[in-house]
Design a protein around this ligand. Structure first.
Ligand code: PHE
Length: 506
């Protein structure tokens, strides 16, 4: 196609040195080419000097469907209406509509009234002619015909007529861009393509010596490199991870999404009747429905703590059920991993040593989804286990972490968690939103949770958890969580999202 078009243009110009294509638009039609393709091929010929092109811009009228209809019928609506009234002498509106049709009657009657060609009799409400038939002529048809004869050119009708026809939405002025083409400085009737690449064959045959090469285009953009891109959540995660590693935290292994109720709830001193353990809040696993094993001695101590208490606690006083503890689920929080790490820490060779752990990974909750809630999200979890820690240490650690992500104004509100006492919700002041928003939950793990693990008695564990999504949405100004996570995510955004960097205040 491109070659056929190129040949046709060059052949046209071969007729004489002064040959021109005066307008590519009709020329394309006459020669059966798509105009867009012709323009493309002329631009390409122009670059190599084969042709010289000038841009043209032609204004012409186009007809609306209504105008096409008037021209095809050879009669305007007002004349059709007037003729029907003259023929009848006097006619009711309903009969007129029956005679000429609703659309014609509506427009035609309006125009006839405007022109004072007809009037309505006061008593009978019938329509009667108000002028002699000879005094009326079909100007609209005449004007549209004149336009057609003038090939729809801008000067085919006067500007007044054009205004009136436009107002009646019968015509429209359209501008067409095309080209005038003449021979260029390097015109030849056949295009010789310059080689873009030096090939092995050219070297072997010696053809390279006579081949004309395209000059290098140093302005051309290189091809975009399609590498991998980090999702905004992962960018924020990378930044959080860096901050926590800097603060001396080690990452917990969170690569197991399925946990037993024992680790997710029981080890955290969450009673088996707790509402969060309901299937409405937790996704239980059908296959395999229960876990294979838990550390038995520890299990017994957890059971005892739930049933009768210990370490100064009276426990929950109910029958602790093994089937309940063994039920598999999708972890509802990464605190399920924290409890396993603490258990290991207490039972490792050489005994307990102070530690700081963190994790950032996915958790699952059986929630109704909306703009701010999904069934799965990511939690940033942190804990410090050391001798004689206090609530002050917890507040201090949290303040240090948040300072590093640029949140300096914090408030703590007393809260309740089955596994921490005291517990505090963390609120941060968001300078853009100008309000306090909940950004996390925290507390000191209860003795009822730590004692069965057999951590030394004066070891305290401070811990906190927050969602990864919330700070990410704030950082990237995303209003709906579904635009951040899930199947509605715009891949383009993933490619263009800037790197995440928090303005560290510390
Ligand atoms: N597990 C809590 C949650 O899912 C967060 C938390 C972690 C609270 C550690 C206190 C201590 O919201």
């Amino acid at each position: 196609m491109a070659d056929a078009c190129e040949n046709a243009v060059l052949t046209h110009l071969s007729q004489s040195p002064d040959a021109v294509i005066s307008d590519t638009f009709p020329w394309s039609e006459e020669n059966g080419f798509d105009h867009g393709a012709v323009v493309g091929c002329i631009k390409s010929l122009e670059v190599d000097g084969y042709v010289a092109a000038e841009s043209l811009s032609t204004s012409f009228y186009t007809l609306s469907d209504e105008a096409e209809g008037i021209l095809a019928n050879g009669i305007s609506q007002e004349i059709a209406v007037f003729n029907a009234i003259v023929a009848a002498g006097s006619i009711s509106e309903a009969d007129l509509i029956a005679a000429v049709g609703k659309d014609v009657a509506k427009i035609g009657m309006g125009k006839c009234m405007q022109n004072k060609w007809i009037q309505k009799e006061k008593e009978t409400k019938s329509l009667v002619p108000a002028v002699a038939a000879g005094d009326v002529k079909d100007e609209i048809v005449e004007q549209l015909q004149a336009l057609r004869e003038g090939k729809f050119a801008e000067d085919a009708i006067s500007s007044e007529v054009s205004k009136a026809l436009k107002k009646r939405k019968l015509i429209n002025l359209t501008i067409r861009k095309s080209m005038k083409v003449a021979r260029g400085p390097s015109y030849a009737p056949v295009r010789k393509r310059k080689a873009a690449d030096l090939t092995k064959e050219m070297l072997e045959t010696g053809a390279w010596q006579t081949t004309e090469f395209k000059p290098y285009n140093f302005q051309a953009f290189g091809e975009k490199v399609g590498g991998g891109y980090l999702h905004p959540l992962l960018k924020v995660r990378a930044e959080f991870r860096k901050i926590l590693l800097e603060m001396g935290f080690a990452e917990m292994p969170t690569n197991k999404w399925v946990e037993s109720s024992f680790w997710n709830f029981d080890s955290l001193f969450q009673p088996q009747s707790h509402p969060a353990r309901d299937a409405h809040d937790t996704f239980f696993i059908k296959e395999p429905a229960s876990t294979v094993s838990v550390p038995e001695e520890y299990y017994e101590r957890v059971k005892t703590m739930h049933e009768v208490g210990g370490s100064g606690s009276i426990g929950y006083r109910y029958d602790f059920k093994r089937e309940e503890a063994f039920k598999n689920l999708l972890r509802t929080h990464t605190t399920a991993v924290s409890s396993q790490m603490l258990y290991k820490l207490a039972n490792q060779e050489g005994g307990f040593k102070p530690a700081r752990y963190f994790s950032i990974d996915r958790v699952f909750r059986n929630e109704t989804m909306d703009a701010t809630h999904l069934c799965e999200f990511h939690q940033v979890e942190g804990l410090v286990a050391d001798y004689d820690l206090s609530l002050g240490d917890l507040i201090g650690t949290i303040e240090t972490f948040f300072k590093k992500i640029g949140i300096t104004k914090l408030r703590f509100k007393p809260a309740f968690n089955p596994y921490t006492e005291p517990s505090m919700e963390i609120f941060g002041y968001h300078p853009d939103l100008k309000k306090w928003t909940e950004i996390g939950n925290s507390g000191m793990f209860r003795p009822e949770m730590l004692a069965p693990m057999e951590l030394p008695e004066n070891v305290r564990v401070i811990a906190w958890g927050l969602s990864l999504e919330r700070p990410t949405m704030i950082k990237y100004r995303i209003k709906n969580i579904r635009e951040l996570f899930g199947h509605k995510v715009d891949m383009g955004r993933t490619r263009t999202a800037p790197v995440c960097r928090f303005d560290s205040q510390a």
